[in-house]
Design a protein. Structure first.
Length: 454
């Protein structure tokens, strides 16, 4: 099997995977496991993330040009169609090459014929790639023949295919930017039309790459110089210890600063958490939802590795990532324990703690550009389940922090039921400060942070 075909089969498997509720499975860890043939992880990630990011738009186009294109089809066949449509529309690749590469993914003569025919119809429907109007709101008013590819480019079809002109604003934005109507409607209700439209565009932006310097091992200037010597450009940002990685960034894991534990990859918004909790040497610290450990390490660094920090997670495999990260960064103040943060349980004997971090599992609506599959797991029932678990974890924190102690609650969601509404309903904790951060082009991800005191 050729390296390219093996890569495509992996993409097909990831895209057809479903969780126990039938929704697209989380694929972040799976993308990193097992390497990629021919060093093709970047291509694999681009294909899988691209399809997940634009899945609704792809299905809309496929359904408009080919009868029963995806309905009732085997999930692996649908994944092959999605990959082909994505490469034709968003990759602007030639039809013959895409058909030839993807045909082996279809099992049998008839499925292969269907795949070739459907992709040919997609290619034939495209008139041209065009610049996007300076005012994207004009497109979002309802153009059935124009699909945005990015903030400044769009594909123009030969005939109306998208069916957005008869929809309300949530429906139009949902099709054009490939998001569930319910999520877009919630953003419109909370933020208004213009901000909601910007959040939709932000959900499909290419994510920047930020890093945090380990200040106990190197200065920011030393790390920038060392990275530059190995072909990776880094730029210091206003936030203390923060860097933005630019040219050559894909090679950062092969550099000396990474091997020596002088930096970690962490988004700008996530880097605000440790300063907000502000752990100090000698304090007793608790991280209730520690995996994969990036924020845990930031807390230890902030306390100069001189504050005993108990890092908990209910998944032993994920907790090992916390231990591995601490070892790479040379941090010795972190100990780990398998524990479900929704319950006090055995932690009752470990407290009280001076400061507690609750970086709660969430819907990820602030990080959709990094976690594109999360958009397809959003629904009201899931939101209720998440909020119930988040409230339980925050209640555990309230029970374990000492009187006068501090709790930081953070999520990479921008939904009020997971943020401000939830912390205000928590008895025993007083809200001191909060911040809702919306994702921005070239800037940090979206999220919610709150400092609470007992």
């Amino acid at each position: 099997m050729s390296a390219d075909l093996e890569l495509l089969r992996r993409a097909q498997g990831l895209l057809s995977a479903r969780d126990r509720r039938g929704r697209p499975a989380a694929i972040g860890a799976a993308l990193k496991e097992g390497g990629a043939p021919g060093g093709g992880r970047a291509r694999l990630t681009a294909w899988v993330h691209g399809v997940l990011r634009h899945r609704r738009s792809l299905h809309t186009v496929l359904g408009a040009v080919a009868r029963r294109a995806t309905k009732g089809r085997d999930p692996r066949h649908v994944a092959a169609l999605e990959l082909g449509a994505f490469r034709l529309l968003f990759g602007r690749e030639p039809l013959d090459a895409v058909q030839a590469e993807l045909a082996p993914l279809a099992q049998g003569r008839k499925p292969q014929e269907h795949l070739r025919r459907a992709l040919a119809e997609v290619a034939a429907a495209v008139a041209d790639e065009v610049p996007l109007a300076p005012d994207p709101a004009r497109l979002e008013d309802g153009d059935d023949a124009t699909l945005p590819l990015s903030r400044d480019r769009a594909v123009r079809f030969r005939r109306p295919l998208l069916g957005v002109s008869h929809r309300n604003l949530a429906g139009r934005l949902g099709v054009l930017h490939s998001l569930p109507d319910a999520l877009v409607a919630a953003w419109i209700a909370r933020h208004g039309d213009a901000t909601a439209a910007e959040l939709c565009r932000a959900a499909n932006d290419p994510p920047p790459l930020f890093a945090r310097v380990q200040p106990l091992r190197a200065t920011r200037e030393q790390v920038i110089a060392a990275l530059a010597a190995e072909g990776v450009e880094a730029r210091a940002l206003e936030l203390e210890h923060a860097l933005r990685l630019e040219a050559g960034r894909g090679a950062f894991r092969r550099t000396g600063p990474w091997r020596r534990g002088e930096l970690s990859i962490q988004d700008l918004t996530a880097q605000r958490v440790a300063p907000l909790l502000d752990p100090r040497p000698g304090e007793r610290l608790l991280d209730l939802c520690a995996a994969p450990g990036t924020k845990t390490a930031a807390l230890a660094e902030r306390a100069r590795d001189q504050a005993p920090l108990l890092a908990c997670d209910r998944a032993p495999a994920r907790l090992r990532k916390v231990e591995q990260g601490a070892a790479r960064l040379g941090l010795t103040s972190i100990t780990t324990r398998v524990h479900d943060g929704r319950h006090v349980g055995a932690l009752a004997d470990a407290g009280p703690f001076d400061a507690v971090l609750v970086d709660a599992p969430c819907s990820n609506t602030g990080v959709l550009r990094r976690r594109p599959e999360a958009r397809w797991r959003y629904d009201l029932a899931s939101q209720r389940r998440l909020a119930r678990d988040q409230a339980a974890i925050l209640a555990t924190a309230a029970a374990l922090v000492r009187p006068g102690g501090r709790v930081v609650y953070s999520v990479c969601s921008i939904e009020p039921e997971e943020g401000e509404a939830l912390v205000r309903a928590q008895p025993g904790l007083r809200l001191e400060r909060e911040e809702l951060i919306l994702p921005s082009p070239g800037g940090g991800d979206g999220g919610y942070l709150a400092l609470l005191a007992r």
